[in-house]
Design a binder for this molecule. Structure first.
Ligand code: ADP
Ligand code: MG
Length: 469
């Protein structure tokens, strides 16, 4: 990871041995930048992306200073959420193995106060908690912060975005004035700089490089009311008329709702989200990849690992809370040297996530107006292809060449009118040019077929149906 060993730091041999046993052989860049000044006792503002090792960057400093024989809360870490607090506490416990018997307590909401109060009465060296719950304990006088020597604000940007400023200020004022304060953040916009300035004393600012390349992607942002998002997506699609667009929603419920709105507006759209049957999911992906469906509406989880080339447009129907995810989403357009287009809708409550994108990408986003798209929009063009599903696949010894042969022979289509052919175990999918497809496939049905839904391929009858989007 880096060339700097932990042994260059003034840490006890036991502590260093524990780091080695954790597989920490060298410092990450943010650790190398933070730890020397942290161990000297300086206040610090550190900015580095997720996964860069920020917890140990403050955790090692915090534990180094700790007196295990003194049962008082000497370290306090504030985190925005319960999950993050649990993560930090677990990482600190691993690091603390090199120090001795250290009691680390998490105090977060969503669980009863009483057991937390009992644990506090038993004493703890370090408390990791969320601002709301810590404030509640302070209000009941069940938490004594008067011996805190190290105060850490982890994920400070998220905590202030979540509106925790007042709680944080109250907690800080319950700590002694003489203390070390460390602020960690994935981003460090000016408003956080101003908001937190009075918590820190002559802080050193360090940052570790984290940029992904912005690439050849044109980003346009549109402000929209929360309830206007789905109609806005329809308008954007009618305006830009992409053949293939991927639209992201933050929830599965919104995914389904948006796909329905789009279909009602005449756009061929399908929703991809977790909990779909594997076969449904596979069919949706086939339809999208073979251009029978123009718009795939997906959640991040469902789209993960999805390898789809040639996306004309990526649309963010919801802005991601995580700028890294945003960059990942839009990176799906504009591949292979071509300029891509990313359209993002921003509801009023999502402005803060746009600011994170700006910080993360080091850009100022461009705002465009939806009403500038005009009132008279063309209807969305139908997807260029339709998919014929043939109930026979590898098991029936059907090969792509057989299907192509029947379609260009008896059905009378040209090679160019036949698109992608996917043959799976039990079925086959073939994309056909929309305007010619139905008439051509009808020709595969001859007089002696067992029913109107059958067609002949290589002298055998197969059930056939069009998959409607
Ligand atoms: P951040 O808070 O910056 O998102 P974390 O502190 O959660 O990152 O660390 C991310 C992961 O990297 C954790 O699993 C942690 O154990 C591991 N890690 C941290 N520092 C090192 C290191 N120096 N060497 C190896 N792994 C490390
Ligand atoms: Mg972290």
């Amino acid at each position: 990871m880096t060339t700097q060993p932990f042994t260059s730091l003034p840490l006890a041999p036991r502590f260093l041995a524990n780091l080695a046993s954790l597989g920490y052989h060298g410092m990450t860049p943010i650790q190398a930048a933070c730890l020397p000044p942290v161990l000297e006792g300086r206040d610090l503002i550190a900015q580095a992306k997720t996964g860069s090792g920020k917890t140990a960057a403050f955790g090692i400093g915090l534990l180094h200073k700790l007196n295990p024989a003194w049962f008082a809360i000497q370290g306090l870490v504030l985190c925005p959420t319960r999950e993050l607090a649990d993560q930090v506490a677990n990482e600190l416990r691993r690091l603390a193995r090199g120090v001795g018997n250290i009691k680390i307590l998490t105090l977060t909401g969503g669980v009863a106060m009483r057991p937390q109060i009992a644990s506090l009465e038993h004493g703890a060296h370090i408390v990791v908690g969320t601002p709301g719950r810590l404030r509640d304990h302070l209000g009941r006088h069940t938490l004594d912060l008067s011996h805190v020597q190290t105060l850490v604000l982890d994920e400070a940007d998220r905590m202030t975005d979540m509106g925790f400023y007042d709680e944080i200020a109250g907690i800080v004022s319950a700590c002694p004035e003489r203390r070390q304060t460390l602020l960690f953040s994935a981003t460090y916009p000016d408003d956080i700089r101003y908001a937190t300035a009075k918590f820190l004393r002559d802080p050193l600012e360090v940052a570790a490089e984290s940029q992904h390349s912005a690439g050849q992607i044109e980003q346009r942002f549109y402000e929209v009311g929360f309830d206007g998002r789905d109609d806005a997506v329809a308008r954007l699609l009618k305006h830009f008329q992409p053949v293939s667009a991927l639209a992201f929603c933050n929830t599965k419920v919104h995914c389904r709702e948006l796909a329905e709105t789009l279909r009602a507006a005449g756009v061929s759209a399908l929703a991809l989200y977790g909990e779909l049957e594997q076969q449904e999911r596979d069919e949706i992906l086939v339809l999208f990849a073979n251009r029978s469906c123009s718009v795939l509406v997906a959640t991040d989880v469902a789209a993960r690992g999805l390898d789809i080339a040639n996306l004309d447009v990526v649309i963010n129907a919801d802005i991601s809370k995580d700028p890294e995810v945003h960059v990942h989403r839009i990176g799906r357009t504009g591949r292979a040297g071509e300029t891509g287009l990313a359209l993002s809708l921003c509801a009023p409550n999502e402005k803060k996530w746009v600011r994170l994108v700006e910080e993360y990408q080091k850009i100022s986003v461009e705002w465009h107006r939806l009403d500038a798209l005009g009132e008279q929009l063309e209807p969305a063009a139908p997807a260029p292809m339709v998919t014929l599903c043939i109930s026979g696949g590898k098991k029936a010894k059907l090969r792509p060449g057989d299907i192509l042969g029947a379609l260009t022979g008896d059905a009378g289509l040209s090679k160019e009118q036949v698109g992608k052919i996917n043959v799976t175990e039990f079925s086959s999918y073939v994309a056909l040019e929309r305007h010619a497809a139905h008439a051509a496939v009808a020709k595969l049905n001859d007089r002696s077929a067992p029913g109107p839904e059958f067609g002949v391929i290589k002298g055998r009858y197969f059930k056939m149906r069009f998959l409607e989007v």
